[in-house]
Design a protein around this ligand. Structure first.
Ligand SMILES: C[S@@+](CC[C@H](N)C(=O)[O-])C[C@H]1O[C@@H](n2cnc3c(N)ncnc32)[C@H](O)[C@@H]1O
Length: 302
């Protein structure tokens, strides 16, 4: 299953972009495409923390899809690579992990870390996940494709699904962790302000072609490309201030609410009030947050 072209090759020669070693490169951030959450240090740190909180769910799903040493894995919309690092350790040098993301900064981080962590089986490519067949034309079929929190951002999820299905070997698996019923994100007791900001968030994604409820489309899209849905489940989380999961929505609003202001979806007053509300909930053991429910799909290519 090992792709010899990815073994023992110096990392530098596998890069499509120069390696970025630092985390504060505002000029390069500005050059990246339109990922609505940005590719700055705040988002990179948020993604790292988010992976820590959700890595148990990811590992459980990978196990369910029979991930093992020597396999070839595609990390679709890999970001800075937090899931990819774990996947690379799972398949070892006998396997291969290829991450694809449109952000050159994130892919630079992945490739730099692959070298630093001595993971020659891992490489990242800059590119649009809506064009996987072109981007991966030189690649052997994959045993597993993992797409976490990326389909909700793309304009054409059907193209991503078609590409994933094409890249999988018959019998290979695709795992998706993504959103459906994003309105499930709320606070208790209910707050009209919080629910208004969730609605603004949905609009900000949708105006850029994303869909916070994309999960609802996936069984049909994968079926259209010869993939059967073997498993469908949800991961709902509620958190009080003392729970580490509380920092997921807290960090989310800390980074995204100011972006909503900058993009004219939210007033500065509402942003300040929301952050104040989150701080108050964090101090009050009688209040809690209902995090957006994460949907889990495991598909198998027939
Ligand atoms: C929320 S992050 C998730 C990253 C990673 N999958 C994880 O779980 O940590 C979404 C990622 O999707 C990438 N992305 C969004 N649209 C994309 C596209 N059309 N092609 C490639 N990457 C895309 C962004 O650059 C970002 O890294």
């Amino acid at each position: 299953m090992t792709d010899p072209s990815l073994i023992g090759e110096p990392v530098e020669t596998r890069l499509t972009e120069p390696v970025k070693t630092g985390l504060t490169e505002p000029a390069e951030v500005a050059a990246d495409p339109e990922y609505v959450l940005g590719t700055g240090t705040d988002e990179l740190e948020r993604l790292a923390f988010q992976h820590r909180l959700w890595s148990d769910v990811a590992h459980q799903a990978w196990r369910a899809a029979k991930l093992r040493i020597g396999q070839r894995v595609l990390d679709v919309g890999c970001g800075p690579g937090f899931a990819s690092f774990d996947l690379a350790q799972w398949v070892t040098r006998r396997g291969a992990v290829v991450g694809v993301d449109e952000s050159s900064r994130f892919v630079g981080h992945l490739n730099h870390q692959a070298a630093a962590r001595d993971l020659p089986q891992l490489s990242g490519r800059v590119g649009d996940v809506q064009q996987l067949p072109t981007l991966l034309a030189d690649q052997a079929p994959f045993d597993l494709a993992y797409a976490r929190w990326v389909l909700c951002f793309v304009k054409d999820p059907a193209a991503v699904v078609a590409g994933i299905a094409q890249q999988l070997r018959p019998g290979g698996y695709a795992i998706v962790h993504d959103y459906f019923h994003y309105d499930s994100m709320t606070v208790a007791p209910k707050s009209a302000l919080h629910d208004r900001v969730v609605a603004a968030t949905k609009r900000s994604w949708e105006d850029r072609g994303g869909n916070t409820d994309v999960g609802g489309e996936l069984p049909r899209l994968f079926a259209a490309h010869g993939c059967r849905c073997l498993h469908l489940d949800t991961h709902a989380r509620v958190a009080r201030g003392e729970d580490s999961m509380f920092h997921w929505p807290e960090m989310w609003w800390g980074t995204y609410a100011p972006k909503l202001v900058a993009m004219n979806y939210l007033s500065q007053g509402d942003c300040d009030e929301l952050l104040q509300l989150m701080a108050e909930i964090g101090r009050d053991p009688h209040r809690f947050v209902h995090c957006p429910t994460v949907y889990e799909f495991i598909f198998q290519k027939l």
